[in-house]
Design a protein around this ligand. Structure first.
Ligand code: GLC
Length: 424
C-alpha cells in the first residue's frame, strides 16, 4: 500500500468516527444501527484512543450508563444502550421491555471485550493521568460485569459461561446456532424488521431467523428477566467458545489492570472462575474440525460447525498447535481471510453476514492472539488479508472473503477503529 493511500484511509477512518459520534457514544453506522452497541463500543474506543484520548474514555462512560446496578442482574451490561429514540431499528426499547430506563437497554449482553481494550488503551495512552483517573471509575464497574457473567451464566461453576441468544454471541446468524435455534418456536406476534430498509436481504439474516430471535427476546420478558429461569429453562442455551475465550482473556486483563493501578475489586472469585475456565475448555475441542467449537447445552452435543470463533483460543492464551494447521488451511481457501465460516462448508455463504464474510475486528483479535503466542507467520498472513481488504474496499461492516468486496453497512465504526489501531 502506498503511503498516500494509507494517509487517506487514516483520514477517512477518523472522519468516520467523528461522523458516527453522537456526543459521547458512537453509533456503529447511521441508520442501520442508531444506538450504542456493547462490543462495538469497546473496539471503537481503540480507534478513538489513537487520535482523541478524552473521547476514547467517554465511549466507556456512556456504555456504563446502561449498566444494571441492582437485583439479580447487578453488573449486567446490555448489548444495546438506547441513548436516544430512533425509528430506523427493530427491536427498539419498548420491544425489549426491560425495567431499566434512562437510558433503556436490551435484555441480553455481548462478548465482554472491555477489560482487554481498556488495558490496551492504558498501554497506549499518552495522558496517563487522565487514563488512570478514568480507569479508577471504569474498572470496578467492569469487574462487576465479569462477576455477573460468572454468576448468572455459569451457575453450576463449570468454568464455561453460557449464552442465551444468538445476538448475544455478536455473531448473530453463524451456522453454529442453526440447530439450537430450530428448536426455538417462531414468534407469532406481528413485527416489522427495519434492517431490510438499509441492506440487501441477501446480505442479512433470514425471516425464519428473525421470528425465532424475537421469540427469545419475548421469553426474557415473560420470565421477568430472571437470570435463574433463563439459565434453567431458556429455549436457547449454548456455550460459545468465542465468549468463553474473550471473557477469559478479559479477566486476565482486568486483574492485571486492577493490580497495576491498585484499584480495589473483588478479585478472588474472579481468580477462581478464571482457573475453572482454564481447566474446562479442552471439552470444546472438535476433532472433526481441528478447531475449538461450541456446545449446545440443551442437547448436550458439540456443535461441529467450522466457524471463526475458535480461532480466538490464542487470544485467550491457549497454545493450539493443531488449530494452527486448520487456520493455515482456511487461509489457503479464502483469498481474503479469515472467513466467519469456512469456505467450502455446506453452510458457507460468501455474502450473508456471519455465514462467510470477513469481519475486521475478528481479524484484529485473532491476529493479536497469534502474535502473542508466537505464531508470527500466521499472524502476518491474517494482517496482510486485513490490509488488503481495507485498501480495496474501505470501512464496510463485513467483506466477501472470495472477492474482497465490501458488504453490509458502510462507514462502519469498529472497522474504521480496527484500521486506526492497526496503524499504531
Ligand atoms: C450486528 C452484528 C453485531 C454487532 C451489531 C452492531 O448485529 O452481528 O456483532 O454488534 O451488528 O454493529
Amino acid at each position: 500500500m502506498t503511503p498516500q493511500r494509507r494517509d487517506e484511509l487514516t483520514r477517512e477512518a477518523q472522519a468516520t468516527l467523528r461522523a458516527n459520534d453522537r456526543g459521547g457514544y458512537t453509533v456503529p453506522t447511521a441508520g442501520l444501527y442508531p444506538f450504542q452497541w456493547d462490543w462495538d463500543a469497546a473496539v471503537t474506543a481503540l480507534g478513538w484512543i489513537t487520535f482523541d484520548e478524552p473521547r476514547a474514555w467517554e465511549e466507556f462512560r456512556w456504555l456504563l450508563k446502561g449498566q444494571w446496578t441492582d437485583g439479580p442482574q447487578d453488573g449486567f451490561i446490555a448489548h444495546i444502550v438506547f441513548h436516544e429514540r430512533s425509528e430506523s431499528y427493530f427491536p427498539g426499547p419498548e420491544e425489549w421491555g426491560t425495567p431499566k430506563t434512562d437510558p433503556a437497554t436490551s435484555s441480553i449482553s455481548q462478548p465482554p471485550l472491555h477489560a482487554t481494550m481498556l488495558r490496551w488503551m492504558w498501554q497506549r495512552a499518552r495522558d496517563k493521568a487522565l487514563a488512570a483517573e478514568r480507569l479508577r471509575e471504569i474498572v470496578p464497574a467492569i469487574a462487576r460485569h465479569h462477576a455477573w457473567w460468572y454468576r448468572t451464566r455459569d451457575p453450576q461453576a463449570t468454568g464455561l459461561v453460557m449464552t442465551i441468544h444468538p445476538w448475544e454471541t455478536g455473531r448473530d446468524n453463524a451456522p453454529s446456532w442453526d440447530e439450537a435455534l430450530a428448536r426455538v418456536p417462531r414468534a407469532t406476534r406481528p413485527y416489522r424488521r427495519r434492517d431490510l430498509d438499509h441492506v440487501d436481504a441477501r446480505q442479512r439474516p433470514t425471516q425464519d431467523f428473525y421470528d425465532r430471535v424475537v421469540y427469545l427476546m419475548d421469553f426474557n420478558r415473560a420470565v421477568n428477566f430472571d437470570p435463574v429461569a433463563i439459565a434453567r429453562e431458556g429455549p436457547f442455551r449454548v456455550i460459545d467458545a468465542a465468549i468463553v475465550f474473550i471473557l477469559h482473556r478479559a479477566t486476565t486483563d482486568l486483574l492485571a489492570l486492577a493490580d497495576e493501578l491498585s484499584i480495589a475489586i473483588d478479585a478472588e472469585p474472579l481468580r477462581a472462575a478464571h482457573a475453572r475456565t482454564a481447566a474446562a475448555w479442552p471439552s470444546l475441542w472438535s476433532r472433526a474440525q481441528g478447531l475449538f467449537a461450541n456446545l449446545d447445552l440443551v442437547s448436550g452435543a458439540l456443535i461441529d460447525q467450522p466457524v471463526n470463533g475458535g480461532f480466538l483460543a490464542w487470544y485467550a492464551g491457549v497454545e493450539a498447535p493443531a488449530q494452527a494447521n486448520t487456520l493455515a488451511a482456511w487461509l489457503e481457501e479464502a483469498p481474503y481471510g479469515v472467513p466467519s465460516t469456512r469456505v467450502g462448508a455446506k453452510t458457507f455463504d460468501a455474502q450473508r453476514y456471519w455465514r462467510g464474510p470477513v469481519w475486521q475486528h475478528m481479524n484484529l483479535l485473532i491476529e493479536t492472539g497469534l502474535r502473542e503466542c508466537g505464531e508470527t507467520a500466521l499472524a502476518e498472513r491474517v494482517r496482510a488479508s486485513s490490509l488488503a481488504l481495507f485498501e480495496r474496499s474501505g470501512f464496510h461492516e463485513y467483506y466477501d472473503p472470495l472477492t474482497g468486496a465490501g458488504l453490509g453497512g458502510t462507514t462502519f465504526s469498529w472497522t474504521a477503529a480496527s484500521w486506526l489501531w492497526l496503524q499504531g
